[in-house]
Design a protein around this ligand. Sequence first.
Ligand code: SRM
Ligand code: SF4
Length: 574
Amino acid sequence: MSEEKKLSANEGIKTRSNYLRGTIAEGLADLSTGSLSDDDQQLIKFHGSYQQDDRDLRAGRRKHKLEKAYSFMIRIRVPGGVATPQQWLETDRMAGQFANGTIKLTTRQAFQFHGIIKSNLKRTVREINQAAMDTIAACGDVNRNVMCNPNPHLSSVHAEVLEAAREISAHLTPATRAYHEIWLDGEKIETSEEAQEPIYGKTYLPRKFKITIAVPPSNDVDIFANCLSFIAIVEDGKLAGYNVAVGGGMGSTHGDEKTYPRIADVIAFCTPEQVVDVAEKIVLIQRDFGCRTDRKHARFKYTVDDHGPDWILVKLNDYLGYELGPVRDYEFTDNGDRFGWVEDEKGNFHFTLFVEGGRVLDTEAYPMRTGLREIAAIHDGDFRLTANQNLMIANVSPAKKAEVEALLEKYGMARSHERSAMRLASIACVALPTCGLALAEAERHLPDVVTRLEEDLESLGLRHDAITIRMTGCPNGCGRPFISEIGFVGRGPGRYNLYLGGGHAGQRLSKLYRQDLADEDIRATLRPILERYAKEREEGERFGDFVIRAGIVAATRQGGDFHANIGEEAYAKG
Ligand code: SRM
Ligand code: SF4
């Protein structure tokens, strides 16, 4: 007789929480400590916030027997990544007033604040809502910020896609009144169990859930790393519908081969009218069949692997009550951003600004935050966050372009993209000092690594080759390193696993090339490979494809294959 497995601890926390209320309100009122109770630390994620502590200060505070330097991260949901100039100005103000003076543009087109102390948390969330933004479901076991290509105004198809992203986001936002009660002092209204949370129910999803829409040929939102994605199919200039892709994800754990990143499978085609319904039914399948006993196996990618993509399609058709069509042709060429100015078909202009590591801040040499604030004050279009942590100043009218250009020039942003193509194609997750899970530096360190590599790129004639390079402080994969052509994943201070061979369009997983590589050996390890690439590549051949053709790493076909075919030399100490 098989033994019934115990539900994971978080399932109990959700069940007991009365639809995400827990004791958060009481915890916020208790100013004798900068932290919340353990259960509330889990629940507050559903409200868009994480309790953290400044890890740079840990040792000093421990020495002086002080409580950790607790503060909170807040993630602001920006469906489709579009914010108005007014919202930018408010975000900027709150970053200075309540947070650490920086705005983090995340890899999922959202804003993050760091360093908010508990006594300011409620006020900040309230003011975010007053600026017509919110934080609900930015984190937690629910559907997160729905991403879509950041430039919907280049064609009417993009505009339709942005609308679809917003509809999906609104439809899958938790219905509980807890958010309004706790943060906005909303009235308590008695409702039936069913009405509290009609889609999720009281235990929500087994784990976080992520949805994205892309318009080929650009895969700048990395659809293959998402639980559910829609690939827009354009026929005769019109949106015919979407291919449906399921089961992508990045997170894994060092040394645990049962965990692995996975590329989404493209399983069907749906019409624009069906897209919200399909999103809901996939979420319901994960709600009903996802693993609730082991959080390391609870992401939708494992549900897809446990049952197979064909089973998911059968279940999906069953839940929908109609049959979806067969997959249609599509092609992605890359997953990067296009920098500088672009004019669209309506005569408006868009400027994509390179924001290294997604961190908007002022330094003496580069007062980017101030420059963007001044642009926001005169801007008549909107801002678009890219999934590569960059920022588009979008829909600038011809009348305003010269003014915006002058400000970009004044603050040193006009030529932000005159860097090596590798730097422009870089992503680094937050990591230290705020992320509690970081094993090594990422955002604060990748720029230096790229600077070292740039000397070789220059001498080898590769300065203009957009080789994608990503670094994360741990294998959770927040910067999606397992689908980049060069990926660094932190193992410990100054030590990284080096992965090679991801697809240039984010369509293929990479393979471990060196385990536990010391930071100071990175350049010497990559130099001979870059040299061979410069000499031996075929016309138009991408770095990720080359390292596989040249036999430097084996190709990774799918998640189950991620830990296979790793050469012995990968384990030699770097
Ligand atoms: Fe992430 C956890 C930051 C995108 C996979 N992620 C975290 C936490 C909250 C750490 C924690 O749990 O204590 C990090 C907060 C750090 C900080 O100080 O701010 C964090 N993740 C981020 C951001 C800010 C990275 C960035 O530099 O931009 C991104 C915020 C996105 C957003 O706006 O919603 C971010 N995280 C991602 C992505 C990329 C994506 O979604 O396209 C992934 C990989 C895709 C995926 O989900 O598989 C990702 N984050 C994770 C995981 C691994 C989940 C798993 O399947 O095992 C964790 C850990 C966890 O959930 O237990 C995690
Ligand atoms: Fe933190 Fe790891 Fe995510 Fe980086 S990848 S932000 S270190 S959880």
